[in-house]
Design a protein around this ligand. Structure first.
Ligand code: ADP
Ligand code: MG
Length: 399
């Protein structure tokens, strides 16, 4: 992910970086004689500053890792160069905090591990070689310092984890809002176009039907009429389905809908359709499943779901539909043992015009998502290629 797409973010980054660089430079020049220590310290400041300044130009993982390694080495060199400054040890505890700035999970774990390795080495050096000569404040209570160090790493981990979860959620939400906005505008435009196309189509179809019925017209002239009428009919069907989604329908009547009646009506209606493939529909509905919705829309929802299940099923495999009450909700499951879907296909469900069928419109599920959302319900797909698909729809129960 690129973080510096906006000029403002870049400006903020450079502002923070300049403050950090000024602080680092002050650390070198204030109260420091010009000796080998000065040179090493200055060199390290230069390398870290260089990495930080270069990062926005090459915003990649390599650059991030180099920056973190350089900063870790920088803090440890300060610790070794200035043993008399005991507060340096606190900085070592917070080295991984730097990687939080990049919001890269792997980088953060890498930094935690790297810091633990460095501190392991440092503590061993103090315990075995130094033995309190220069680092008495650590040597005097080495166990306590080890515990404190690990406690600080755990605190950092929690800070990172919690912020990361929140940021991920926000990012997802932002993407969804953007997607919804895009759909809304394209949807509105497409609806306007669809509406304009429907009228001429109806006129052309009407005339074709009229000529087809005319006995005076020569039969060879009419031979492709039924094909043309059929195609126009398909086009009309696509447009009506599309307009059903795009049209604002706040005025549609809401009522207490018995799932039992709806499912019975729908299966009756689809039976003729299902029988093409000899697929029976096994219905099992618990008594008293009522929801508040528009009955026509709920029928439309289940027609779409059950029709998809039948279309996906092989010859004579049954499709089962079950409805149950469960803790204030009504749950309806439509299950088939058909072709199933891959995770890639599942991700695309509900996208307008996404269809893998030669005669599909790819609008059915979009209508379903709209209806379910409208009545505060949820819809979930579980599917495996070659095994089948289970669609679970849940609505708040009517009391
Ligand atoms: P259409 O049925 O017109 O293709 P839908 O929006 O109803 O449009 O469905 C979109 C696509 O989702 C279908 O083309 C199909 O590939 C897939 N799909 C939906 N339901 C199922 C199912 N039960 N089993 C397998 N694939 C399905
Ligand atoms: Mg469909």
């Amino acid at each position: 992910m690129r973080e510096f797409q906006h000029g403002l973010q870049k400006k903020n980054y450079y502002m923070i970086i300049s403050v950090i660089i000024v602080l680092m430079v002050l650390g070198v020049v204030v109260d420091n004689p010009f000796d080998s220590r000065f040179v090493i310290h200055g060199g390290m400041v230069f390398i870290v500053a260089f990495c930080l300044l270069l990062y926005p130009l090459y915003e990649n993982a390599g650059m991030r890792y180099t920056t973190i390694i350089a900063s870790t080495v920088y803090f440890y060199s300060l610790f070794y160069l200035y043993p008399e400054t005991w507060s340096e040890f606190i900085l070592l505890c917070f080295v991984p905090a730097l990687s939080i700035l990049f919001f890269d999970k792997r980088l953060f774990y890498f930094s935690l591990v790297l810091n633990s390795l460095f501190i392991g080495f440092t503590f061993s050096y103090i315990a075995i070689v130094d033995q309190g000569q220069t680092y008495l404040y650590i040597y005097a209570d080495i166990a306590g310092n080890v515990v404190n160090f690990f406690a600080s790493q755990i605190i950092l981990y929690f800070i990172f984890h919690l912020t990361n979860v929140r940021i991920q959620k926000q990012r997802m939400y932002y993407e969804q809002v953007q997607q919804a906005e895009r759909l809304k505008t394209t949807g509105q435009m497409a609806a306007a176009v669809a509406h304009e196309i429907r009228n001429p189509l109806t006129v052309v179809k009407g005339f074709l039907q009229y000529y087809e019925a005319d006995p005076e017209l020569n039969q060879s002239f009419k031979k492709n009429f039924s094909l043309m009428i059929n195609e126009l009919h398909t086009a009309e069907h696509v447009i009506s389905q599309f307009l059903a989604i795009a049209k604002p329908d706040e005025d549609k009547m809401k009522d207490s809908v018995g799932i039992d009646t709806v499912l019975n009506d729908v299966t009756e209606l689809l039976k003729s359709y299902g029988m093409h493939n000899d697929n029976s529909i096994e219905l099992s509905v618990e008594e008293g499943c009522f929801i508040i919705a528009n009955p026509i829309e709920i029928k439309q929802l289940f027609i779409n779901l059950i029709k998809n299940a039948i279309e996906a099923s092989p010859h004579s495999k049954a499709v089962s539909v079950a409805a149950r009450k469960k803790k204030g909700v009504v749950r309806i499951e439509v299950m088939d043992h058909g072709r199933g879907m891959s995770s890639e296909e599942l991700k695309n469900l509900g996208t307008p015009f996404y269809s893998l069928k030669s005669k599909g419109t790819g609008l059915g599920l979009m209508i379903c998502y709209n209806i379910v959302e409208k009545y505060g319900g949820t819809i979930k797909f579980e599917s495996a290629p070659g095994v089948g698909t289970k669609v679970a729809v849940q609505f708040p129960m009517a009391h």
